[in-house]
Design a protein around this ligand. Structure first.
Ligand code: Z5A
Length: 225
């Protein structure tokens, strides 16, 4: 089925959660589905998404900024976000595309805030400076026990990837992280939707599709009839 939607502004959907919960897998599945529905879809990630932000990603994930502490890391993630929003996300939304982003500002709140101790007010100022009015319309929080996510990430590394700065943190860090994402979802329930990621890839993809249709496409389908 293809949908007619007035492309005043596209839709901005972010995927959040701990390590190995399946964000990249599910983002790709939703992108395929939306393209089949006839939409322009831009897929991207944080940190990264533009040439300059990808350079900051290499520095951050190699642990280069870790000795400077969580506040400096938050500032650098935000600097990458500012370029990403200005050069890629903003223009795509403006022309009516769907933007699917693997992590966004909630990751700064969870990693550098809840787990790194940077206070919420400082993070809110950084978020505002980096993203301005660009906020996700929907955030999918994939939820999985930390131990299971780390095991999945380790399986993927068997394919040759190395662990990054945060994957090397201990289990208790990852458990706090899981709770931090659940807390964000609870405090912004209109924007966030928690999905049980312990199920099969197909089942999780189906649950995400159902949320997206319910929130955005049910109206468009009715209008097109
Ligand atoms: N970070 C931060 O600190 N502050 C910030 O502001 C931002 C980010 C924006 C980015 O790393 C790091 O930056 C991240 C937070 C920090 N911390 N780390 N590490 P990244 O983007 O390289 O990594 P990630 O975001 O943590 O994602 P990931 O580890 O790549 O996992 P994922 O995308 O959630 O999962 P996946 O790659 O789709 O799946 C993992 C494996 O599980 C893979 O082999 C799949 O085939 C498998 N999989 C997926 N789904 C399933 C199901 N349902 N069942 C079984 N197996 C599955």
């Amino acid at each position: 089925m293809t949908f007619q939607m007035t492309p005043e502004r596209g839709r901005f959907v972010t995927f959040e959660g701990g390590e190995g919960v399946g964000k990249s897998t599910q983002l790709a599945r939703l992108a395929d589905h939306l393209r089949e529905c006839g939409f322009e879809v831009v897929t991207t990630r944080e940190p990264g998404g533009t040439e300059k932000a990808e350079k900051l990603r290499d520095f951050l994930l190699s642990g280069g900024a870790a000795p400077l502490g969580p506040l400096a890391e938050a500032a650098l993630f935000s600097a990458a976000r500012a370029d990403h929003v200005q050069a890629l996300i903003g223009p795509a939304l403006k022309r009516g595309a769907w933007v699917l982003c693997d992590r966004f500002a909630d990751s700064t709140r969870a990693y550098q805030g809840a787990c790194g101790g940077v206070d919420a007010r400082t993070l809110a100022l950084l978020e505002r400076a980096a993203a301005g009015e660009t906020r996700p319309d929907l955030t999918i929080v994939l939820d999985l026990p930390a131990r299971d996510g780390l095991a999945r990430a380790a399986t993927r590394r068997d394919g040759g990837e190395t662990a990054d700065r945060f994957e090397n943190e201990g289990l208790s860090f990852h458990e706090r992280l899981r709770q931090a994402f659940l807390d964000i979802a609870e405090s912004e329930a209109d924007r966030c939707c928690v999905i049980d990621a312990a199920r099969s890839v197909d089942d999780v993809a189906g649950a995400i599709r159902a949320v997206v249709h319910d929130r955005f496409l049910a109206h468009a389908a009715q209008a097109a009839q």
